[in-house]
Design a protein around this ligand. Structure first.
Ligand code: SAM
Length: 226
């Protein structure tokens, strides 16, 4: 169950959020999640852990090495479509390195948290879109150098900040198997390459031209059609 707590300054926003939850798949979330909303911030308390873990978007140090990102997306200052925006950790990191990033997120709670965070900072290279990236890929008129897909929902005992994010996303996000559809649709688009983030131990099979691996993550690369 998702409970929303808000202060008097954001009554409208809070009531909206409750309405969205009530009329969507989020009403069926069984885990005990609390959302705390104020004028400038939104954070989540995951009561499934003991003690409850707090998930709040903050400016963070880059988690990936710059070299890794440049290997994934070799053309500097190019454009990336991040089809699975989530809390935007990857998208923000890419945008800080000069890439022009468009991130799409379909979950309204996740989107609102990211939007509140982005409103506080100047992120000129980052555009946030609410919607389903499958539809966007089918209909879009813009083109991108790279398409990025991260539907990595693997459970982990690691309690690092990003793992707490992933655990919460697992509870809140409905569709965990859009990856194959997204890859299929992305392949129809003109781009230099499609980068799919996966866990290094994943057994999921799909065509890729090669992989770039770190200790925990495997980035599968599909060459695009330009
Ligand atoms: C594993 S998370 C991505 C984490 C993200 N890379 C980050 O750094 O925070 C996957 C996210 O993709 C979103 N998602 C999955 N399928 C989607 C789709 N077809 N369109 C838009 N968002 C989607 C989910 O709602 C979820 O928030």
């Amino acid at each position: 169950m998702i409970k929303v707590v808000f202060d008097y300054k954001c009554t409208k926003e809070g009531e909206n959020l409750k309405n969205i939850i009530h009329h969507s798949h989020l009403a069926d979330v069984t885990q005990n999640i609390e959302i705390l909303l104020s004028e400038n911030a939104m954070y989540f308390l995951n009561h499934e852990t003991n003690p409850p873990s707090k998930i709040e978007l903050k400016e963070m140090k880059n988690a990936k090495s710059n070299d890794l990102v440049y290997k994934l997306f070799p053309k500097k200052n190019s454009s990336i479509l991040d089809c699975t925006g989530g809390f935007g950790r990857d998208a923000i990191e890419f945008s800080k390195l000069g890439y022009k990033v468009t991130m799409i997120e379909e979950n309204p709670l996740v989107l609102m948290a990211v939007k509140k965070f982005l409103d506080k900072y100047d992120k000129p290279n980052l555009r946030l879109i609410y919607g389903n990236s499958l539809d966007y890929l089918r209909m879009k008129s813009d083109s991108f150098d790279y398409i990025y897909i991260d539907s990595m929902f693997k459970k982990s005992k690691n309690k690092s900040k990003s793992k707490k994010d992933l655990e919460l996303l697992q509870y809140l996000c409905r569709e965990k198997i859009t990856r194959f559809n997204l890859i299929r649709e992305a392949k129809k688009n003109l781009c230099e390459r499609i980068v799919i983030k996966d866990s290094s131990s994943s057994l999921l099979k799909y065509d890729s031209d090669y992989s770039i691996k770190t200790k925990l993550i495997r980035y599968n690369i599909l060459k695009g059609n330009i």
